[in-house]
Design a protein around this ligand. Structure first.
Ligand code: HSE
Length: 312
């Protein structure tokens, strides 16, 4: 690794940059900490380098009432971590974030902030894409997030398979079946990922592990080529039951939907319920979910986080 003295001096761009970053669902049933899917619901973030030592943050939409407005904001922290990884931090930053991804619902809002911040940082540096490649960006994002599944999908788009954990993350992007779409049932209250991860057992049964290995392999086939296998491919014995106490209504809805033939799972660490389908079933699912959930149909986002320079 380069020492601080030998670190290259970056050329920062003066103009602001805009990044669009998708919501993501992780696990998809059996693929715990591995499978990810990008969804067409986005946060849009604009950032600019400042010459003064200050961090200005403006937030609209989801999380606007509770998120910090200083260097503790996850976008600012992730941007600074990315600049540091590239060799030089700017004096200050101005960030404007318009958030559509709900927070604490298992739809990847923190991964969107982390990946959005990293992609913004490298977009604000001349040649940034070469200095901080996607491979390096994924490793950094996974270190900050603590697991690689959501950040992989937020960075690469489509359907992703991540491995190597938070310390040596890698991922491959696959193209989902063109008819695949998602329906999400979002409850009004959040569950912290940390709490949901704290409910997982330290040791799992060998038969349960073997069950999930088979279903995870099947999931790859079901999402890419054989969506008719989605029911079997989304079965899980490793994490959803263990988290039932933190999200009993979501857990019950998953059971109810599966009993009616819908491939329902808990999205990420929950409590959103995700249904993978090739049909137009959102009205039927909304009726089954009832008033406690906001139900929406989402297409799969083929694009991961990407920047768009702003003129003027
Ligand atoms: N794989 C992670 C978990 C996803 O289930 O804890 C968190 O969004």
């Amino acid at each position: 690794m380069a020492s601080k003295n030998s670190a290259p001096v970056l050329t920062f761009k003066a103009a602001p940059v805009r990044v669009r970053v998708p919501a993501t669902s992780a696990n998809l049933g059996p693929g715990f900490d591995t499978a990810g899917l990008a969804l067409d619901l986005y946060d849009e973030i604009i950032a600019q380098i400042l010459d003064e030592p200050t961090i200005e943050i403006d937030i609209a939409g989801e999380g606007a009432d509770e998120l910090p407005r200083d260097g503790k904001h996850l976008i600012a922290k992730s941007m600074m971590a990315a600049f540091e990884a590239m060799g030089e931090k700017p004096k200050g930053l101005a960030i404007v974030s318009a958030n559509q991804i709900p927070h604490g619902r298992g739809l990847g809002s923190s991964s969107a902030a982390i990946v959005g911040g990293i992609v913004l940082a490298r977009s604000l540096v001349v040649g940034g894409d070469q200095i901080l490649t996607n491979e390096a960006a994924l490793k950094l994002a996974s270190e900050i997030e603590g697991h690689p599944d959501n950040v992989a999908a937020a960075l690469l788009g489509g359907f992703t398979i991540a491995w190597g954990g938070s310390e040596d993350a890698h991922a491959i992007r696959l193209t989902p079946n063109r008819d695949l779409r998602a329906v999400v049932c979002i409850p009004a209250t959040a569950v912290a990922t940390k709490k949901a991860r704290g409910l997982l057992p330290e040791v799992v049964d060998h038969a349960d592990a073997a069950f999930n290995v088979g279903r995870s392999a099947l999931l790859v086939s079901a999402i890419t080529d054989h969506p008719e296998l989605l029911m079997a491919a989304t079965e899980d014995k490793l994490h959803q039951d263990a988290r039932k106490s933190a999200m009993p209504k979501s857990h019950a809805l998953v059971q109810k939907l599966r009993a009616k033939g819908h491939a329902a799972v808990i999205s990420g660490a929950g409590p959103t319920v995700l249904v993978l389908t090739t049909g137009f079933v959102s009205e039927e699912i909304a009726k089954i979910a009832g008033e406690g959930f906001e139900t929406m149909q989402l297409n799969i986002s083929s694009a991961g986080a990407h920047s768009t320079p702003l003129n003027g």
